[in-house]
Design a protein around this ligand. Structure first.
Ligand code: PMT
Length: 413
């Protein structure tokens, strides 16, 4: 797993000779697991072809406020980003960013974000030393923008001096530092909250070799855990897929396999938690007898008797204090609303995320999901097909509203 797994980085490239080094930066971010959305300015396109970034990055290059698929590309990019990296940044970019001038897609995105921003200036020494450029830099630093470089060294045209773009390794190290600083989220609205998330599908052993499992990859639960951690929560993620779990300083991973192990881990962490999200696909039944030796092949039919597992969520719901918010999922293939509402009530929880796992690109193992939220005040909110991280954001927004306002207030809105 990469150190930037699940992180969304907008890579803005402006028009300077150092633009070619942004390719190396992009590759390193991708190798470390980041989702990279590249934006090229018109100037950048004079130095480097968009086909290079199209091939390397996670998404196709975007260049314009007007010609993209999304009707408002700058807010779409800015709101989703965990970090915006401008590499290289020209004197023009620094000036537009400082003065709040929305001159193109990149500057508009910089204005439409709450994510941290790293700017890597690169230009000739004379330009870099201009008082106007230095004033812009100082003002951006005051506003919390991280400036990386420039370095001393060889410049275009055979010159030597200050203004050379920092090397890609240092730039990626700066990205890591900012993303791990704990101040890296769009907002720290979960700061001070303890969040418990379950993820993945449990594996119920039949014998030392075989088990009864399900198709859950852990992606949705992990996305929720990472989203909560980046928003400042202290997160425990109980997962059957620990090797796929995201890295974040606010996130502790607890590895489990069976429903019984998951129940023990959840019951031990839940009393300390302000919010519990059960995204895991927990087996409803487990073999009564687990053979100690591998069951040998035979011509006879094999009978495996199953007994119900503990319903973790319902147990938490039965001693629900009201201070804690309990969120469950309902994975359904039919009668989504009816079944989800039934589970909301039966399990004694606050919010249920109804997941039609038979719909296209939805549910088990996909990177995308589509869900409908039902809460106790009778409110129904639909979230159409989107990246699992966006769905995670929507679920946490709804859970936080419940935590802050309670069900009555939510119902009125
Ligand atoms: O992991 P992915 O590949 O990303 O897929 C995501 C997902 C489809 C697994 C996820 O979005 C989802 O729907 N999770 C819930 C799966 C499930 O088990 O649903 P259920 O309707 O059977 O269970 C209802 C709720 O009770 C769930 O919150 C479940 O965690 C909980 N439960 C179920 C059984 C049990 N013994 N104890 C429980 O706590």
């Amino acid at each position: 797993m990469g150190i930037f797994d699940g992180r969304r980085i907008v890579l803005g490239v402006t028009g300077g000779i150092a633009a070619y080094k942004a390719v190396e930066v992009c590759r390193r971010l991708i190798d470390a697991g980041a989702h990279v959305s590249p934006i090229l300015t018109k100037g950048a396109e004079k130095f480097i072809g968009r086909a290079t970034f199209d091939a390397l990055a996670s998404e196709k290059v975007q260049t314009s406020l007007w010609e993209e698929e999304h009707p408002i590309p700058h807010t779409n990019l800015g709101q989703k980003a965990d970090l915006i990296l401008v590499c290289p940044a020209t004197a023009r970019l620094l000036s537009d960013y400082r003065t709040g001038r929305s001159a193109d897609l990149l500057t508009a995105t910089l204005l439409a974000t709450r994510a941290p921003v790293i700017v890597c200036p690169a230009m000739h020494t004379e330009m870099w030393e201009q008082p106007s450029v230095q004033e812009n830099i100082q003002e951006l630093v005051k506003r919390g923008v991280e400036i990386v470089g420039p370095d001393q060294g060889r410049l275009a045209g055979g010159d030597d001096g200050a203004g050379r773009l920092s090397d890609p390794v240092s730039i990626v190290a700066a990205v890591e530092k900012v993303l791990n600083s704990g101040l890296n989220s769009k907002t720290q609205d979960f700061s001070g909250l303890q969040v418990l998330v379950s993820a993945g599908g449990t594996k119920e052993p039949i014998c030392p070799v075989r088990y009864i499992g399900n198709r859950s990859s852990g992606k949705q639960g992990h996305a929720i855990a990472l989203e909560a951690a980046t928003r400042g929560a202290s997160v425990v993620c109980v997962t059957t897929e620990p090797s796929r779990a995201p890295n974040h300083p606010n996130l502790q991973v607890v590895a489990v396999e069976t429903a019984d192990e998951m129940a023990k881990a959840v019951f031990s962490e839940a009393p300390k938690s302000d919010l519990v999200v059960m995204a895991a696909a927990v087996a409803d039944f487990t073999p009564i007898i687990k053979s100690e030796k591998k069951i040998k092949k035979s011509e006879e039919c094999l009978e495996i008797r199953l007994e119900p597992t503990v319903d973790i969520l319902a147990s938490l719901g039965s001693s629900h204090t009201g201070k804690q918010i309990l969120v469950g999922f309902a994975a359904e293939t039919n009668d989504l609303e009816k079944n989800a509402k039934k589970k909301l009530e039966a399990k004694g929880i606050d919010l249920i995320v109804a997941n039609d796992v038979s719909a296209e690109n939805t549910g088990f193992n996909y990177d995308t999901n589509a869900v409908t939220l039902f809460d106790l005040a009778g409110r129904k909110t639909e979230f159409p097909l989107a990246d699992k991280r966006d769905i995670a954001q929507a679920i946490l927004d709804a859970a936080l509203k419940l935590k802050v306002n309670g069900h009555e207030e939510i119902g009125k809105k």
